[in-house]
Design a protein. Structure first.
Length: 275
């Protein structure tokens, strides 16, 4: 990635977040005559304690240096949370060309997935590709065993497999959240060939991804409930949880845990529900 493109990436993020921050969020009057609902450049500069010209140059992608303290001040002005601040800092550094990760899921993680039965669980790689999954996950989403790379990927499944929209209740809410978490979690590998291929594929195959990706939303992972409208087992509710193995930090284990008092995992486990 060239230096100019690198600066442009930071500029695009700042502009997108500025336009998404409403004046009332930072204690400013909405006023009249605004061309967009977001903040003006001079307002961000004022809130961050930097000159209007300097901030304008930064958002224009010019060759200027910004310390971490100044970037954090800008992040606060834009109401960025911790994940957003970390992403902002990451954009000042080049993404790595590669990341060390096992080509296949270690046997210990395979056993971990099996031990989580009857809860659906899977292992994701650095680009959110499915590396391994247990039987319950295959029952919840049978197509996982049919997909080949690069489509054997959680983000592709969420955005480009139309059947997923019928499976996940409130699909749009969960898809937006997952996209924000994905951008945050993959900052370090954002320029490697696999990521470039995935983004291009999703842009061509999902209108929602093509519309939402340029918004530059970022978010840290949040434990939450997710409901599924399964064609055979009915409406299922699981708690969505994520773990990072200390020995393999480039991988992540995603478990969809049973909710106390709910029988979703048991209903999904019945063999006749395997479709």
């Amino acid at each position: 990635m060239g230096e100019a493109d690198h600066r442009r990436e930071l500029a695009d993020f700042l502009r997108a977040r500025r336009e998404a921050t409403r004046p009332e969020q930072v204690g400013l009057p909405a006023g009249r005559g605004r061309r967009t609902p977001g903040l003006r450049r001079e307002e961000v500069a004022l809130l961050a304690g930097v000159s209007f010209t300097w901030y304008t140059w930064l958002e224009q992608g010019r060759r200027i240096n910004a310390s971490h303290d100044v970037l954090l001040a800008i992040g606060r002005a834009l109401q960025l949370d911790e994940a957003g601040q970390e992403h902002l800092i990451a954009l000042t550094e080049p993404g790595t060309a590669s990341v060390e990760a096992p080509a296949e899921a270690p046997s210990a993680l395979i056993r971990l997935l099996d031990s989580l039965m009857p809860a659906p669980a899977y292992v994701l790689g650095p680009h959110w590709e499915f590396v391994a999954w247990n039987t319950a996950q295959a029952r919840l989403y049978p197509r996982i065993e049919e997909l080949d790379p690069p489509r054997r990927n959680l983000l592709w499944v969420l955005f480009a497999d139309l059947s997923t929209r019928d499976l996940i209740v409130d699909w749009d809410i969960h898809a937006r959240q997952a996209l924000a978490e994905f951008r945050s979690a993959t900052s370090a590998v954002r320029h490697d060939p696999a990521m470039t291929e995935l983004v291009a594929l999703l842009t061509s195959e999902s209108a929602e991804f093509a519309a939402w990706w340029p918004e530059h939303d970022v978010s840290g992972f949040e434990t939450r409930l997710r409901r599924f409208s399964h064609s055979a087992a009915g409406v299922l509710t699981f708690e969505y949880q994520q773990l990072t193995p200390a020995e393999w930090p480039a991988l992540r284990v995603v478990a969809q845990l049973p909710v106390p008092g709910d029988d979703s995992a048991e209903r999904l486990a019945i063999r006749r529900y395997l479709v």
